[in-house]
Design a protein around this ligand. Structure first.
Ligand code: NAD
Ligand code: WQD
Length: 339
């Protein structure tokens, strides 16, 4: 019998790519999403790529009755919880919305899962829980410190999960701290489709390259980095998706939980990414240097050792693959899923 995985936030950027890899690995997918930041088209395309179907439920994870009904309908073996809000600036302006969705939403989900005796759980955390790191690369044991309500919501959920595991050893929880996910499925059929002005670097660059925006604003060139611009650990979303398959397999084969970084272990600057994207797309990406973005840090990249040791997983794709695949998606879908 194939194992059934409940995926919340399934039609979002990382969720949709993970569904592709789950189906390819032989899992069945039960998808939940309220579509507050994604399009129904995404999961239709996932089904097309995989040649398999998904049971989709348009539900808010905070809706306990609806989630209970989903769990009554499907015998779920494990859960991957992507659903949540992720815009740092928005979280500063609307902290209660982030607590309600990301923290209360997760608590509601955990309560419903506990009642249904579904206690294998992977959580989408973020490198944001490390704040401004004291040392690089960042180890899972590095100091935790958050600088905004979004980051706080992730750290709060990590702490709630630790308390839950402490209280009830039946819970098997994997906390996955993603670094900077970019790229798209190699088919160009699914990818990141931000509404409005992109907050993140790669989607902004892609929209400049495709002609939707005039130029990139580079937020500061006076950081203590090789070229003065911010350095991050960009990870291909397909590698990240495979990290979830590896993490699930560990949950199914071992007792107990884990907390791992999902990154490549390598950092690239903003200008490195501009150059790599220009090479991959054959388009110019004009930019101007502007002042630093408040709250940004100089450098952030993972130690990827723990993921290799515990999950047997390492990222395979390089920065040229990330840019080429991101460009293919952007070029084939200049207006995202809307068209
Ligand atoms: P996304 O916005 O593309 O996907 C999140 C999905 O969750 C969306 O489809 C949205 O409609 C859905 N959703 C939100 N609130 C919901 C709710 N209450 N009930 C049901 N569905 C809900 O974001 P993503 O980039 O795919 O991120 C997925 C997860 O990974 C998030 O938890 C995010 O915080 C985390 N994360 C993302 C990044 C990143 O840079 N993309 C980095 C680290 C961690
Ligand atoms: C990358 C670099 C910017 C946009 C954020 C969240 C983090 C995580 C991933 C969810 C930085 C520079 C960016 C632009 C620029 N998300 N930049 N011009 O800030 O590392 O992380 O997304 O968990 O929590 O904080 O990613 O893509 O926004 O920025 O110069 O228009 O690009 O200053 O150096 P960041 P990013």
């Amino acid at each position: 019998m194939p194992k059934k995985i409940l995926v919340t936030g399934a039609s979002g950027f990382i969720g949709s790519h993970t569904c592709v890899e789950l189906l390819a690995a032989g899992f069945e997918v039960v998808a939940v999403d309220n579509l507050c930041n994604s399009a129904p088209e995404a999961l239709l395309r996932v089904e097309r790529i995989a040649g398999k179907s998904i049971s989709f439920h348009q539900i808010d994870v905070r809706d306990r009755a609806a989630m209970t009904a989903v769990l009554a309908e499907h015998a779920i073996d494990a859960v991957i919880h992507f659903a949540g809000l992720k815009a740092v600036g928005e979280s500063v302006a609307q902290p209660l919305m982030y607590i309600d969705n990301n923290v209360s939403g997760t608590v509601a989900l955990l309560e419903v899962l506990a009642a249904a005796h579904v206690k294998r759980f992977l959580f989408s955390s973020s490198a944001t829980v490390y704040g401004d790191p004291e040392t690089l690369p960042i180890l899972e044991t590095s100091r935790l410190s958050v600088t905004n309500p979004y980051g706080r919501s992730k750290l709060m959920v990590e702490q709630i999960l630790a308390d839950l595991v402490h209280a009830d050893a039946q819970w098997q929880v994997g906390v996955l701290r993603y670094f900077n996910p970019v790229g798209a499925h190699a088919s160009g059929l699914i990818g990141e489709d931000p509404g409005g002005i992109p907050n993140n670097l790669m989607p902004f660059i892609a929209q400049v390259a495709v002609g939707r925006r005039d130029k990139l604003s580079v937020f500061g060139n006076d950081y203590p980095t090789p070229d003065g611009t911010g350095v991050r650990d960009y990870i291909h979303v397909a590698d990240l998706a495979l990290g979830h398959v590896a993490a699930l397999n560990r949950l199914f084969s071992c007792e107990g939980g884990f907390t791992v970084n999902l990154g490549t272990g390598r950092g690239y600057s903003v200008l490195d990414i501009v150059r790599a994207f220009e090479a991959a797309s054959g388009r110019a990406v004009p930019y101007q240097i502007v002042p630093r973005r408040p709250g940004d840090i100089a450098s952030c990249y993972a130690s990827a050792e723990q993921a290799r040791e515990l999950l047997g997983w390492t990222a395979q794709k390089n920065i040229d693959d990330m840019c080429a695949d991101h460009w293919r998606w952007q070029h084939q879908n200049p207006q995202g899923y809307a068209a």
